[in-house]
Write a protein that binds this ligand. Structure first.
Ligand code: ATP
Ligand code: MG
Length: 341
């Protein structure tokens, strides 16, 4: 059942979803500075805090249920904020249940295999959230913009025929296979404007503590801006599927990019709705037997079950609150996406 909170999250992210089968022209279809009705940074930050809290809760349940896994794919141009998004969105989750992998220029061993090999090896297990910081989509992005990368992959001539169309199909098939086997593929593209990238590069040059983040290669890639926009548009048009749709998140405001990416991930977990496993009647009876044994071991003067006592006291306080003695905390959810500024 879709609860109210889930419905609000779904409505919030709907504007970012690439409709499967639609033809995308990035510059025309998606505005990097769109705020989807969240007027102020302060409001966005509060919403993200609520999203982080939800993620914590759902991740614990995902790990406990241990049958689904989630793969978050993050793609973006340089300086769009992938690192910061991961840092903020994942700030509340248990590190034991998460893996992050950054994909760089492939090694010679990686080049010696089929193009999906290195990504397959880094997939999350059941109960885990895996993050790909750059991903298999580089194979139709940087490799397409710089075809010399394809030459290094040593494909037989026959496999190079219509290679990009083939790769879209192979990626879609691979993601479908993963989805069918219980691994949800969640895809986020952080959409940055050319002007905002220029400003962020300058910031990295101007601030000495940020110099290490800057690479002259990034400026070289910027010269190919239009080619990348085309490659991203093609990728979005061909690989947004019913089982693994793309979400294009406006990234000119860092706080919004984090909120949007967080909401997309929360939505996927809400869809899966994992639960803490329940024990059956016989197991429960055995647990009660153990409880009685432990209670009988209480030292003189100690409560037989101090935990149960604390729980009862907390329940009584909560019921007092419900009767008007104290205000319940408001649950913050994103505003209606249709209330755009
Ligand atoms: P940051 O700059 O924030 O540390 P990054 O993801 O840009 O993060 P870099 O080490 O700067 O990391 O860049 C990684 C590089 O690897 C990118 O230029 C990317 O295009 C390149 N790359 C990733 N996958 C492939 C691939 N399959 N073929 C060729 N190049 C790739
Ligand atoms: Mg870089």
């Amino acid at each position: 059942m879709t609860d109210k909170r889930h419905k609000r999250v779904m409505e919030f992210i709907e504007a970012f979803r690439v409709k499967p089968g639609s033809k995308v022209t990035l510059a025309k279809d998606f505005d990097p500075s769109f705020k989807a009705g969240v007027k102020k940074k302060k409001e966005g930050v509060a919403l993200l805090a609520e999203g982080v809290r939800l993620l914590t809760e759902y991740q614990a349940r995902l790990a406990a249920q241990d049958d689904y896994g989630v793969l978050l794919v993050l793609q973006a141009l340089d300086a769009a904020g992938k690192d910061g998004t991961i840092r903020h969105v994942m700030s509340g989750v248990n590190p034991q249940g998460v893996s992050v992998h950054s994909f760089k220029v492939p090694s010679s061993e990686e080049l010696d295999h089929d193009f999906l090999w290195r990504y397959q090896r880094r997939l999350p297990g059941r109960g885990e959230i895996g993050i790909f910081n750059r991903s298999h989509y580089e194979e139709v992005l940087v490799v397409r913009v710089h075809p010399e990368n394809l030459d290094r992959q040593k494909l037989p001539t026959a496999a190079r025929k219509d290679v990009w169309q083939r790769r879209y199909r192979q990626i879609n098939d691979w993601e479908r296979y993963l989805t069918d086997n219980g691994f949800r593929v969640v895809k986020v593209f952080l959409n940055l404007s050319k002007e905002e990238q220029r400003i962020r590069f300058l910031r990295r040059v101007d601030l000495p503590d940020h110099n290490w983040k800057f690479s002259t290669a990034d400026v070289k890639e910027r010269e190919r801006w239009d080619d990348y926009q085309k490659a991203f548009s093609n990728m979005l048009s061909h690989t947004s599927t019913e089982w693994a749709p793309w979400y294009v998140i406006p990234a000119d405001r860092k706080w919004f990019a984090r909120l949007g990416a967080g909401a997309v991930l929360v939505n996927a977990l809400m869809d899966l709705n994992p639960q803490f496993p329940k024990v059956d009647k016989a197991q429960r009876e055995r647990l009660l037997e153990v409880k009685r044994t432990l209670e009988a071991q209480a030292p003189e003067g100690a409560a037989p079950d101090p935990f149960e006592e604390k729980q009862r006291a907390a329940e009584a306080a909560a019921s007092d609150g419900r009767n008007g003695h104290s205000a319940d905390a408001q649950v913050v959810v994103p505003p209606d996406a249709s209330t755009t500024e």
